[in-house]
Each structure stands twice: as C-alpha cells, then as structure tokens.
Design a binder for this molecule. Structure first.
Ligand SMILES: [Zn+2]
Ligand SMILES: [Zn+2]
Ligand SMILES: [Zn+2]
Length: 96
C-alpha cells in the first residue's frame, strides 16, 4: 500500500453532498492532496476537508470497528470515473 494514501472526507462546495474516500493521495512528504474527486451530481472537482491515515491510529488495522466514523472499506474498489487520480491514468485500484 502506498505511503501517500489517506482516508479523506469530502464535501461538494456546490450541493453540500458529503462522501468519503479511502483513495486520497498526498504529495510525497507533504499533507497536500494531489487529486480531487468529482461530485457525482455537480461534476465539479472537490478536495477533502479532512484527511487521516488509512490505518487506524488505535489498532493499526484498516476497516476495523474502532473507525466508526468511516463508511468506506479500504479494500473495496472505488468510483474511478469520479476520481481525478484514476482519470490521470494512475488507477487507484490497480493490483500488480
Ligand atoms: Zn455537488
Ligand atoms: Zn482500530
Ligand atoms: Zn482513483
């Protein structure tokens, strides 16, 4: 798993729709999120308002019960069509 990967909470600046993504990536050695994701209603690119490590700070696992705030399983595929990173050809879910 990439060291740059984070869990992000996003909110559309237009319709205020909220969503979460386990495929948020920051620039190496920084906290700057490199790729936004599109709101599925508005088709505008949004960036996370909150980003945290993919792994649980309590138990070191991912997708554990400690993470009650989270609704996305990091092991599951995501909406590549709404992800600027996937669209840039850096497919988040590519496994090899
Ligand atoms: Zn929207
Ligand atoms: Zn945990
Ligand atoms: Zn992606």
């Amino acid at each position: 798993m990439s060291d740059n990967r984070r869990y992000g909470y996003l909110r559309c600046s237009s319709c205020k729709e909220k969503w979460e993504s386990s495929h948020v990536y920051v620039k190496e050695g920084t906290k700057k999120v490199e790729f936004g994701q599109e709101c599925k209603k508005c088709n505008i690119v949004c960036f996370p308002y909150h980003v945290e490590p993919i792994q649980c700070s309590l138990c070191g696992q991912t997708g554990c019960d400690c993470q009650k705030e989270r609704h996305i399983d990091p092991a599951k595929a995501h909406r590549a069509d709404l992800c600027m990173r996937c669209r840039a050809g850096l497919f988040c879910d590519k496994r090899n």
